[in-house]
Ligand binder design. Structure first.
Ligand code: SF4
Length: 367
């Protein structure tokens, strides 16, 4: 059995980033000050590694935040040298970093490869040039296409990070972004629904009523569709929703937008329950038993049984039971003396087929 992975997260702050994206307050996101301290990075890696049982886990050093390949080249090398020395000694298995699409070219990739970097995540955000301009991203869709091509050409792992619900976008544009991203065949994706962080330009636009972020329900609805598209394209979705840190929490750092600490769970419950209701909508049901693995049961039943309530309500059930079992990747449905086995991926497929584009626009005050 393949070992699980433990990540050593190292946050690279705003330093070196040539831009000022309207949604970003990198200092708050990373929870660190403005300057990078090489010794601190070395110590963080050493300390973190000492807590990991390397017999049991694979280890990955991951440089998050900021724009890694936009920082001073000598500084990049010094940081990577630390990580590479652990990889060389087989104490870590992989090195990952995230950066801007316009901070990738052949020379940079030569350098990253020489330091053993395995995974490069691109902050794509949107693949609509008008949206990229409005959020002051400073790069274009074409930059993302080219950077993705160069990364894939080398056989490195390509990651995309997309930001549905950002200022200037719309549900249609966010869906188009996901489709264009899928065409580039990333290996992994992170879906970060846009949040309004304090002390940013986007907060100003929000306060003056020019930015109209989706409500939590609207966001979950849109992201459920985007999630299903990636799922059906077999692209691994490694994160949905912003990760709160000790230094960022809803009350003090986020002034608007669809934040939920279990955002992914909301999305999965929406997909599984909506599709199940759609599948069984024409059946006269009294009792329903759903048999599947534990994770899928959690998706159906939802936070505080919210999914279960939706199913009872919409299918007019007298009762519903969840039971652990069934074949891998399958859901067994028992009702009216019948048994029906459905592949889990069919639920994502149904969600896509039954989705009605809601026409959300995130610019201007729609209220
Ligand atoms: S490129 Fe990244 S670090 Fe720089 S302002 Fe934009 S989001 Fe923040």
């Amino acid at each position: 059995m393949r070992k699980k992975t433990k990540i050593i997260p190292i946050f690279i702050p705003h330093q070196g980033c040539p831009n000022d994206c309207i949604f970003c307050n990198q200092k708050k996101i990373t929870g660190k000050g403005k300057y990078l301290d090489i010794n601190e990075i070395a110590n963080d890696i050493k300390e973190f590694l000492s807590t990991i049982d390397t017999e049991k886990y694979e280890v990955e050093i991951a440089f998050f935040g900021g724009s890694f390949t936009a920082i001073d080249i000598e500084l990049q090398k010094s940081i990577l040298e630390i990580a590479f020395s652990y990889k060389n000694r087989k104490l870590v298995d992989r090195i990952r970093l995230s950066t801007r699409p316009d901070a990738i070219d052949k020379q940079i990739l030569d350098m990253l490869e020489s330091y053993g970097v395995d995974i490069i995540e691109l902050g794509v955000q949107s693949l609509d040039n008008d949206v990229l301009y409005k959020i002051n991203r400073g790069h274009t869709t074409e930059d993302t296409v080219e950077a993705s091509r160069l990364i894939k050409e080398r056989g490195l792992v390509l990651g995309h990070q997309v930001m549905p619900g950002v200022y200037g976008s719309s549900s249609l544009k966010d869906i188009e972004t996901a489709k264009k991203s899928i065409e580039m065949k990333p290996d992994i994706v992170r879906i970060y629904p846009a949040l309004t962080i304090k002390d940013t330009k986007m907060e100003e636009l929000f306060k003056e009523g020019s930015y109209n972020p989706p409500s939590l329900d609207e966001s979950v609805n849109l992201v459920s569709y985007i999630y299903s598209l990636y799922e059906m394209a077999r692209i691994k979705i490694i994160r949905v929703g912003l990760q709160t840190t000790e230094n960022i929490n809803y009350d003090s750092d986020i002034s608007g937008g669809p934040f939920h600490p279990s955002y992914r769970q909301l999305v999965l419950t929406n997909i599984m329950t909506s599709s199940l209701v759609w599948m069984l909508k024409d059946c006269e049901l009294d009792e329903l038993t759903v048999e599947c693995d534990k994770t899928t049961i959690n998706s159906f039943s939802g936070i505080k049984g919210m999914g279960k309530k939706v199913l009872i309500d919409k299918l007019a059930l007298a009762s519903i039971k969840f039971k652990e079992g069934s074949e891998e990747n399958m859901v067994l449905l028992k009702f009216n003396d019948m048994e029906v086995t459905v592949e889990i991926k069919k639920f994502f497929d149904f969600f896509i087929k039954t989705y009605e584009e809601p026409g959300y626009v995130f610019e201007g005050n729609n209220n």
